[in-house]
Design a protein around this ligand. Structure first.
Ligand code: HMG
Ligand code: MG
Length: 301
């Protein structure tokens, strides 16, 4: 049975924009964040403290952190691939970070230039300093339902990596279907395998919607008791190191489905749609949320 409320982690500003080829001005990102805050979202991934040579779009991480909305109860986690990123994030004011590993060796090398084991070793000083500084650490595992370079990935491999992150101190593990190839049956098998090691309330799902399966997969995850979902306003996004991967499932579509199921999110759908329209118009891009498009068409009649 689905949980009565779900936490949504809005990743549009980070996962959604990181792949944009031309720099999105900092003030546009901040305006988007302001609109997402106004919609009632309580977790908004703000940026990544990664190398600007690898992901130029996130090079303004410092400026973003300096100008985040104050006096809000919103949590603004940021990605940190190594201790350098962690130190920079913390000195810029981050209260929560996310480390990111992969269940595929090839993807790990392409994305963060090291093996899976090396990545876990790199995270060790982050875990130590985070504990000392009372900073929360979230953990991502990429390629949980398939890899652009290796194809099928076994649930046992995903479990092993996820559990290492969990045992090292991540309070929540986000399972990333980086290239959106997963289907509901495979999602179910994966979560059933992992929940033998990690409590269900410590597992999040992160679906890209490349094959149009994301909502079905989320529904399968909800039925197993998942209550934490990553999504991206207007379905923005893609990963620079996963060619052809499309954006995350649209937050508007997730909220609409949860509203229909009577599951609380605390998000105002109309305001969320305004945020999605703002960034889609700036990028001169079709809004990838079907729900947003349907509601906007109705608004305009
Ligand atoms: P590297 O080249 O092996 O690193 O990259 P290095 O330690 O040899 O350093 C190279 C240069 O980068 C040096 O500068 C460092 O100072 C600098 P130089 O001496 O040449 O001037 N550097 C940094 N600068 C700023 N911040 C840092 C940092 N670290 C080193 N933190 C590294 C290794 C991990 C840095 C690189 O591979 C990287 O930044 N990768 C990030 C890739 C990325 O952001 N991918 C997208 C996010 S993951 C994702 O989208 C998946 C997810 O959504 C879930 C899913 O969908 O599956 C989370
Ligand atoms: Mg992603």
């Amino acid at each position: 049975m689905a949980a009565s409320s779900v936490k949504i982690i809005e990743v549009g500003v980070r996962d959604g924009l990181q792949n944009e080829p031309t720099p999105v001005p900092t003030e546009i990102k901040l305006k988007l964040i302001e609109k997402l805050v106004a919609s009632g979202l309580s977790v908004i991934e703000a940026t990544s403290f990664v190398s600007p040579k690898w992901v130029p779009q996130m090079a303004d991480h410092q400026q973003i952190m300096q100008q985040l909305p104050q006096n809000s109860n919103v949590n603004f986690p940021v990605l940190t691939p190594n201790i350098k990123g962690f130190e920079n994030a913390v000195s810029a004011g981050a209260k929560e970070v996310a480390v990111f590993a992969a269940a595929s060796e090839s993807f790990s090398k392409k994305n963060i230039n090291c093996t899976i084991d090396e990545s876990i070793q790199r995270f060790t000083p982050i875990f130590e300093q985070a504990k000392a500084k009372e900073i929360k650490v979230r953990g991502y595992v990429s390629c949980v339902l398939g890899c652009p370079y290796e194809g099928e990935i076994s649930p046992d491999k995903v479990s092993e990596v996820a559990n290492k992150l969990y045992q090292n101190g991540c309070y929540e593990i986000s399972l990333g279907d980086t290239i959106g190839v997963g289907t509901a049956g495979k999602t179910k098998t994966l979560i059933e395998t992992i929940k033998n090691l990690i409590p269900i309330n410590r597992i999040s799902v992160h679906f890209h919607d490349t094959y149009g399966q994301a909502l079905a997969n989320i529904y399968a995850a909800l039925e197993l008791g998942i209550s934490s979902i990553d999504s991206s306003v207007a379905g923005l996004g893609g990963c620079p190191y996963a060619k052809g991967a499309s954006g995350n499932v649209a937050t508007e579509d997730v909220v609409y489905m949860l509203n229909g199921m009577g599951v609380k999110t605390g998000v105002n759908l109309d305001k969320l749609i305004d945020a999605g329209e703002y960034i889609s118009q700036y990028l001169n891009r079709n809004n990838h949320s079907k729900v947003a498009n349907a509601i906007l068409a109705k608004r305009n009649t």
